[in-house]
Design a protein around this ligand. Structure first.
Ligand code: C2E
Ligand code: MG
Ligand code: MG
Ligand code: MG
Length: 284
């Protein structure tokens, strides 16, 4: 048996796997010190009221520009930041930046907007999370109700008891709670019943199919109705076409975001976008 294993072992580690492991090491290495080198930048993707077409807020999405690695997507570096624990400091940076930006945006537009920030499981193990967020809100002069924390069922699945406490504290503080990527997990429904969510975000894989197939259309329609019966607002993610938006409006989906309106933008470009946004998408 050992012989058989030995004979095959060189093909067990494929070239692709080696490259993957090396890249992972390099990312980990580069990530230490990346905050100090100011390599992270928060981008903002606008969110829209489906019915009126008005901008209602933004989602903060992290970008990392590194000298030797180039620009790396969060799908690649967030899991590594989770693993090393660096996500705690990086996540605090995102919260601070996003609230600071929201303050600037609100001051210049003299209107209120919401800011959605993604939180991953490891950030919840930081028992200073809530006190950090509260003081960040205070420093930026933002009432708690304009901050929305997006979590996936991955946060809830860890089953740790303090999760319940943290979620209760978030609620008590008046901060909004949003279920991200709805429909991709196994237990989102029972979590919706168990916890006090304010917003449900329908995953873009479903939105992607609504103009093409009945199954996705039916699912999205049912998800919106179900969310509304639980008093949740609904955001459709990844809206790319006018057809998708029209169907979402028909289903009474509240809000939408996606490339159809705008990609996530750096702060300056975002302000420029909202300042020049004068017409209602899909209703011109
Ligand atoms: P997410 O929270 O579900 O974010 C939505 C993702 O979909 C973003 O990818 C966004 O750029 C992309 N997207 C938006 N509209 C469209 C569209 O119309 N079409 C397509 N194809 N894609 C669209 P991004 O920015 O690469 O982020 C990926 C994931 O990384 C996020 O998924 C979120 O889970 C995580 N992430 C991003 N920033 C942070 C952060 O600051 N902290 C944590 N913990 N996670 C983050
Ligand atoms: Mg999100
Ligand atoms: Mg999502
Ligand atoms: Mg609530």
């Amino acid at each position: 048996q050992a012989k058989a294993l030995g004979r095959n072992s060189h093909s067990f580690f494929t070239k692709e796997m080696n490259v993957g492991i090396l890249r992972r090491f390099e990312i980990e290495e580069q990530m230490r010190g990346a905050l100090e080198r100011k390599e992270f930048e928060v981008y903002y993707q606008p969110q829209f009221n489906v019915e009126s077409g008005a901008v209602i807020g933004a989602e903060a999405l992290l970008r990392w520009h590194n000298q030797s690695l180039g620009t790396i997507t969060p799908d690649e570096f967030i899991p590594i930041a989770e693993h090393t624990g660096l996500i705690v400091d990086i996540g605090r940076f995102v919260i601070e930046q996003a609230l600071d930006f929201l303050n600037t945006w609100q001051m210049q537009s003299k209107q209120h907007y919401t800011m959605a920030v993604n939180l991953s499981p490891r950030q919840f193990r930081d028992n200073q999370l809530l006190s950090f967020i509260k003081s960040a809100l205070q420093q930026s002069n933002i009432p708690a109700e304009y901050l929305e924390l997006e979590i996936t069922e991955g946060v809830l699945m860890t089953g740790q008891s303090f999760i319940d406490d943290t979620l209760a504290q978030i609620n008590a503080a008046g901060i909004k709670l949003s279920m991200d990527d709805f429909g991709t997990g196994y237990s989102s429904l029972s979590y919706l019943r168990q916890y006090d969510f304010d917003v449900l975000k329908i995953d873009r894989s479903f939105v992607n199919g609504i103009a093409l197939n009945k199954a996705d259309r039916d699912l999205v329609k049912a998800a919106v109705a179900m969310a509304h019966s639980l008093d949740l607002m609904v955001v459709a993610e990844g809206v790319e076409t006018k057809e998708q938006l029209t169907i979402l409006e028909e289903f009474n989906c509240d809000y939408a975001q996606g490339y159809y309106f705008s990609k996530p933008l750096p702060a300056k470009a975002f302000i420029k976008f909202v300042n020049t946004y004068t017409y209602k998408f899909g209703k011109q």
